[in-house]
Design a protein around this ligand. Structure first.
Ligand code: SF4
Ligand code: SF4
Length: 728
């Protein structure tokens, strides 16, 4: 192109601006920066008032910044389940950053190169390339804003409209629109006034606008000739007007950043940098004096929890994947985060103090709202700015439990665990009764050394349906010739779910009992039937400060060390352990034994919590079954409704999460009603789906089976395991 071969081309940066205006411009720029800096300072000063956070947030800072930049620049979370949203946000972000970099380059040329070095690099080919890139990315920016406006105002996407939607959302988007379109208008007027030189075609949007002004015959006369004492419509006046309007809007926007929604441009990045990679998998510990671990007042929240609130962009992705919201439980995770933020800001502005959480609608958050949470982590997985909902929610739950505001059915569970060590309230002596029907004895791991110390769990020990799963797994391990044993009446509830409901001290008591018992046993690895146990043994028991509690007369353990601090003891979910056995050829499977068409439900505590998606799938396929995936699979799995104490509480739900999920299996998979079995890998899921199958009227249409039951059938040992296999 001829234009690109030119070397002396450039343009005047302050065309038509007098020296007085120049001074006013810089005065306003100074005021803008001062207002911005003060606002940012106030925000960070507020974080400094927050309580200390229990997890390291600023270690390996360079690595954290680099990995966060990748997350933010790639927009990977925005693309998740939402191509339109991903493209829209990418266009806006990349366009905005390019314009920011372009302005910075211009400032360097203006103030460093010209004023100090008395040269300019912003000319010739550099200028042409710069102009082309700025126009291309600026156009992308405007397209992105247009897409956002279309989605917000035309489609009225349900995610964007809720009780925290406010005028700041409109001002934010319209200001960006005005900046993008105004910049092109200004460029078009400048190119037109310069006689539309050929080389300016690199600024193709502005060039096109200049041709438009030419086509409508916009006057190029000087102010005097244009009449009205220089105020008439001509390119020079219009350019002056556009220049000042654009500058004032830009000043307003920059100064406004820390005071409203645009602050997410800074706070979101800071939030991603300070994220906890194991957030949700592990909850913060409480000190033995329980100081400031609950939510008695807003001052109990840590600086990170406050930053979480400020980082929220109101995008509603968390709410759109929340199974509690989908089933009409009174919970919207975005609103909880934003309610806490609004309350804090009101309080900081002199508002009245309220209880943070209570029954009866007089508090910031209603107890029923928190009871509704299934601790499934879908909200955290969907959040593009790494807000750790479950951390704040646990604080609220702990407060609720302390106040005695939890549901009576949950209080019964606490009582059962306290008195009997299990959630059923059954005698600890009966814990091993499920083994009675087996044709072999199960080793007592307290008496003999074993390879696998198998933590069976409450449901496989006491619930009739899940006992079948326990017997299947025992038969599989026996067939694979593995040495395994269980703790019989020394096994208690793992504590994972009561911890998530806020019962921290009982949790510590259970954990102390288990680690002390394990210390007296000899084994290679711990294998869990239940993903909930697997999660807490693997991620939380090693972080507990047992020494803080070991002297407490209320705590029935003396263990005062950090258990498994170096990860020497491996903790497995049983599907991982058995997958190894299958790979090693320890089970007689050739992959053609069964020919069912099945679908598989990823349990939250195995999949989203611990990233294990493949082991259960490989086992299902090893039996010969055809696995047909539901649309919401792996990290996008939809909770059964049983987590976070949901299994023990009653809700007004429409539809129940378990019913909705079975519907998905029968209607939204490729095989549709051809799905014969709905496969689970979690005892709680088994209980929830057996219930959903009945209440949803699906009893004739589909069976619920555990992966272990498929394997035991595939190896032909279902009779030994006393597993009922449906007749074809
Ligand atoms: S953890 Fe699950 S149920 Fe709870 S708020 Fe998040 S998405 Fe909703
Ligand atoms: S918490 Fe995260 S996902 Fe939810 S609205 Fe805020 S930014 Fe979006």
């Amino acid at each position: 192109m001829r234009a690109l071969a030119q070397s002396g081309v450039a343009r005047e940066t302050y065309w038509g601006i007098t020296s007085v205006e120049y001074a006013v411009f810089y005065f306003l720029a100074f005021v803008t920066i001062a207002v911005l800096a003060y606002g940012v300072y106030r925000r960070f000063a507020r974080y400094a008032q927050g309580d200390d956070d229990s997890f390291a947030r600023l270690n390996d800072l360079p690595d954290r910044i680099v990995s966060s930049a990748k997350i933010v620049l790639s927009n990977e979370k925005q693309f998740n389940r939402d191509l339109y949203g991903g493209l829209m946000h990418s266009f806006i972000l990349w366009g905005f950053l390019t314009l920011l970099i372009a302005t910075t380059i211009l400032m360097i040329d203006e103030y460093a190169a010209k004023k100090i070095l008395h040269m300019t690099f912003w000319e010739g080919d550099f200028y042409l390339a710069y102009s082309f890139i700025v126009d291309a990315m600026g156009l992308l920016f405007v397209v992105g804003i247009g897409m956002a406006m279309y989605r917000r105002y035309w489609v009225r996407n349900h995610r964007l409209w809720d009780r925290h939607t406010s005028v700041e959302d409109d001002v934010f988007i319209w200001t960006l629109f005005a900046l993008g379109v105004g910049g092109f208008l200004l460029e078009g007027l400048r190119i037109y006034s310069a006689g539309i030189p050929d080389y300016e075609i690199v600024s193709f949007v502005g060039y096109g606008m200049a041709l438009g002004f030419d086509a409508i015959g916009l006057s190029t006369l000087g102010p005097e000739q244009a009449g009205l004492n220089g105020a008439g419509l001509n390119v020079e006046n219009l350019h002056w007007l556009a220049w000042w309007t654009h500058s004032l809007i830009a000043f307003f926007f920059i100064a406004w950043i820390p005071y409203a929604k645009p602050f997410h441009m800074l706070s979101s990045f800071a939030n991603v940098v300070t994220r906890d990679e194991k957030a949700g998998q592990r909850l913060p510990n409480v000190p033995s004096d329980l100081d400031a671990t609950n939510a008695e007042s807003i001052d109990d929240f840590t600086w990170k929890e406050i930053l979480d609130q400020d980082a929220c962009t109101k995008c509603g992705r968390c709410s759109s994947v929340c199974p509690a919201k989908a089933s009409d439980r009174p919970l919207d995770p975005r609103n909880v985060i934003l309610d806490l933020k609004s309350y804090r800001e009101d309080l900081d502005a002199g508002g009245e103090e309220q209880p943070i959480i209570a029954d009866g609608g007089t508090s910031v958050i209603n107890a029923e709202t928190m009871e509704s949470c299934m601790a499934c982590m879908a909200c955290m997985d969907a959040c593009p700015v790494e807000i750790e909902h479950l951390k704040s929610f646990t604080r609220l739950n702990r407060q609720m439990t302390d106040q005695g505001d939890v549901a009576p059915s949950m209080q019964d569970v606490f009582q059962n665990v306290m008195q009997n060590g299990n959630t059923f309230g059954d005698s600890p002596r009966n814990r091993g009764d499920w083994t009675d029907e087996l044709e072999f004895d199960v080793t007592d791991a307290r008496e003999e050394e074993v390879d696998y110390l198998w933590y069976v769990g409450d449901f496989p020990s006491y619930d009739e349906r899940n006992k079948q799963v326990a017997r299947s797994l025992a038969t599989i391990l026996k067939e694979a010739d593995v040495s395994f044993g269980i703790l019989f009446d020394d096994e208690k509830f793992d504590g994972n779910d009561i911890r998530r409901v806020g019962e921290e001290l009982l949790y510590v008591e259970l954990a102390g009992h288990h680690v002390e018992t394990w210390e007296d046993c000899e084994f290679d690895k711990i294998v869990c039937t239940d993903p909930h146990s697997y999660n807490t043994f693997k991620n939380e028991y090693p972080e507990l400060n047992f020494d803080e509690f070991s002297d407490d007369p209320m705590m029935p353990f003396e263990y005062d060390e950090q258990w498994n601090e170096d990860g020497e003891i491996e903790v497995y979910h049983w599907t991982q352990a058995v997958e190894e056995l299958v790979d090693d050829g320890k089970l007689d499977l050739n992959g053609t034994e069964l020919d069912y068409t099945v679908t598989y439900h990823d349990p939250c505590h195995l999949g989203r919590y611990n990233d294990e998606y493949e082991a259960p799938r490989e086992l299902i396929e090893a039996t010969g079954c055809t696995l047909d995936e539901m649309p919401r699979n792996r990290a996008n799995s939809f909770c059964c409704g049983g987590g976070g104490g949901g299994l023990w509480m009653d809700f007004e739900e429409e539809p129940k999460p378990s019913e909705e999920r079975i519907r998905e299996a029968l209607e939204d998979t490729d095989a549709g009603s051809g799905i014969e079995k709905f496969v689970v890998a979690c005892p709680m899921c088994m209980t929830m789906y057996e219930d959903g199958r009945k209440t949803g009227g699906y009893e004739e249409e589909i069976e619920i089976v555990d992966v272990a039951e498929l394997i035991v059938e595939a190896i032909g040992k279902e009779d030994e395991a006393k597993v009922e296999v449906a007749a074809d």
